[in-house]
Design a protein around this ligand. Structure first.
Ligand code: UD1
Length: 420
C-alpha cells in the first residue's frame, strides 16, 4: 500500500491540465453495453475506477481497453453477471444493471454493500426498473433482475434526485418500448454528458439538465466516438490547492460553467477566480481567506464531493463557518484526521463548525474515502512540516496522477511504499 509524503508550506505556481471526469466516464463507458457497435471514448482519465469498469466490461463479454486516454469497447456476446469481487471495489458497477436488462432481459449484479460514507442503497434504481416491467430477487448477495418480455416505458418519480438511479434508468429507457418520463431526475452535468453520448448513439432524449426528462425508446443504439467532459471535482480541488497554499494556479480545461456553486463560495471566501483565454486563474485576494457557511445539495447546489476539500480551505481562513452535509450520512470521516493536524472542528449530527485561523501542522493521517483523501492531501500542502497520507488507494480511484500534477506546480509531494 502506498502513501503520499508531503512537505507542506510551498505556494503552488503554474499550469495544471484538468483531466476527464471520472463520474461522467463511468456511466458513459458502462452505457457501451447498450450499444451494438464499437465505441471509442477520448479524454478518459487513467484511474482505478476506470480500470475496474474496463475489467467489468470484459467479464460481461465486451472487448474493452484503455490506452493513452482512449477507451475502445468492441462488440462481443454479452453475458449477464457482474461478480461480487468487482462490485465490492466500486459501487458504480451497479450501473450495468439498466443497460444489461435492456439488452438481455436478464441481469445478475452483486448487491453493493455499504461504504465508508454511508449505507448508499439502490432501492430507487430497482423500483424504477420494476415500473418498467422488471422483477428482482435477492439471491446469495446478488440482485437478479428479469424482464422476459423486454422493458417498457413508464412514468417514474424519484423520491430523491439520485445520480446513479437517474443514469441507470436513462440507459435502460433508451431501449425500452415507448416513452419514459423521469420526474425529479438528477441534474448533474455528468448526466447531461451521458445523455449527450446516448443521443450521439441514436437515442431520443429531451430535458437533460432539468428535473424532468423524456426518453423515447429506439430499436438499437449505434457506435460513435465521444469525448468525456472535464472533471469539475478535480478542478475544484486544484482551485482550493491554490487557496490553501497562497499560490497561483492556471487550470486548463476547467469547466467553470458547471462549477457555479463552488466558485461562488470560493469567491465569497476571498479567492480571486478569473477566466482568461488560456483557462481559469486562481489565487487568494488581497484581504486573505475568510470562513463562509456551506451546505451540500443536489446540483446545482454545492456538491457533496467538494465538502471535505472546502473544509480544509476554511481551516486555513479567518473566522468561523458551518459546513452542513445533506447528501450522505457519515461523510465527516476527514474531520478527526484534520483535528490531528491542528484543526478546530466540532461535528454535531450532519453539521461541522469550523473555527479557522490556526496553523495546520504535518502528521501521519489516513484516507477513509476518495474525497476525504483529497482533503488530507490539501491539508498536507498547507501544513507546516511533514504529512504522510496513508491508504491513498482511495485517492487513486478518482485523481489522475495527483502527485505528478502537484509536483509540477511546486508541491513537495511524493508517493512512497507504506513500509518506507
Ligand atoms: C454519485 C457520485 C458521487 C456523488 C453522488 C452525489 C458517481 C460514480 N458517484 O453517487 O461521487 O457523491 O452522486 O452527488 O457518479 N439513495 C437512496 N436510494 C437509492 C439511491 C440513492 O437512498 O436508490 C441515497 C444515497 O444513499 C445517498 C443519496 O441518495 O444518500 C445520493 O445518492 P446518489 O445521488 O444516488 O449518489 P451516487 O449515484 O451513489
Amino acid at each position: 500500500m502506498d502513501s503520499f509524503l508531503i512537505e507542506g508550506g510551498e505556494p503552488l505556481k503554474g499550469v495544471i491540465e484538468v483531466s476527464g471526469s471520472k463520474n461522467a466516464a463511468l456511466p458513459i463507458i458502462m452505457a457501451s453495453i447498450a450499444v451494438d457497435d464499437e465505441v471509442v471514448y477520448t479524454n478518459v482519465p487513467d484511474l482505478r475506477d476506470i480500470h475496474t469498469t474496463i475489467n467489468l466490461l470484459n467479464i460481461l463479454g465486451r472487448e474493452a481497453e484503455l490506452r493513452d486516454g482512449v477507451v475502445t469497447v468492441k462488440n462481443g456476446a454479452l453475458s449477464m453477471e457482474a461478480p461480487y469481487d468487482l462490485v465490492k471495489t466500486m459501487r458504480a458497477s451497479v450501473l450495468c444493471l439498466g443497460p444489461l436488462l435492456a439488452r438481455l432481459g436478464e441481469a445478475k449484479v452483486s448487491l453493493p454493500g455499504g461504504c465508508a460514507i454511508g449505507a448508499r442503497p439502490v432501492d430507487q434504481h430497482l423500483s424504477a426498473l420494476e415500473k418498467m416491467g422488471a422483477s428482482f430477487d435477492l439471491e446469495n448477495g446478488y440482485i437478479h433482475g428479469r424482464c422476459p418480455g423486454g422493458l417498457k416505458g413508464a412514468h417514474i418519480r424519484f423520491d430523491f434526485p439520485t445520480v446513479g438511479g437517474t443514469e441507470n434508468v436513462l440507459m435502460a429507457a433508451c431501449l425500452a418500448r415507448g416513452e419514459t418520463v423521469l420526474e425529479n431526475a438528477a441534474r448533474e452535468p455528468e448526466i447531461v454528458d451521458l445523455a449527450n453520448f446516448l443521443i450521439r448513439c441514436g437515442a431520443r432524449i429531451e430535458g437533460q439538465g432539468t428535473t424532468m426528462m423524456h426518453v423515447w425508446g429506439v430499436e438499437r443504439l449505434r457506435g460513435c466516438s465521444y469525448r468525456i467532459m472535464p472533471d469539475r471535482i478535480e478542478a475544484g480541488t486544484f482551485l482550493i490547492a491554490a487557496g490553501v497554499t497562497g499560490g497561483e494556479l492556471l487550470l486548463r480545461h476547467c469547466p467553470l460553467g458547471d462549477m457555479s456553486a463552488v466558485v461562488d463560495k470560493l469567491r465569497a471566501a476571498g479567492m480571486v477566480i478569473t477566466e482568461v483565454p488560456e483557462g481559469v486563474l486562481a489565487r487568494v485576494g488581497e484581504e486573505g481567506l475568510k470562513c463562509v457557511d456551506v451546505c451540500t445539495r443536489p446540483h446545482p447546489g454545492f456538491p457533496t464531493d467538494m465538502q471535505a476539500q472546502f473544509m480544509v480551505l476554511m481551516c486555513c481562513a479567518q473566522g468561523s463557518g458551518l459546513v452542513e452535509e445533506n447528501i450522505f450520512e457519515n461523510r465527516f470521516m476527514h474531520v478527526q484526521e484534520l483535528v490531528r493536524m491542528g484543526a478546530d472542528i466540532h461535528v454535531t449530527g450532519s453539521s461541522a463548525m469550523v473555527r479557522g485561523g490556526r496553523k495546520l501542522t504535518g502528521a501521519p493521517v489516513m484516507a477513509s474515502d476518495l474525497r476525504a483523501g483529497a482533503a488530507l492531501v490539501l491539508a498536507g500542502l498547507a501544513a507546516e512540516g511533514e504529512t504522510r497520507v496513508q491508504r491513498i488507494y482511495h485517492v487513486d480511484r478518482g485523481y489522475e496522477h495527483l502527485a505528478d500534477k502537484l509536483s509540477a506546480v511546486g508541491a513537495r509531494i511524493r508517493r512512497v511504499k507504506e513500509a518506507d
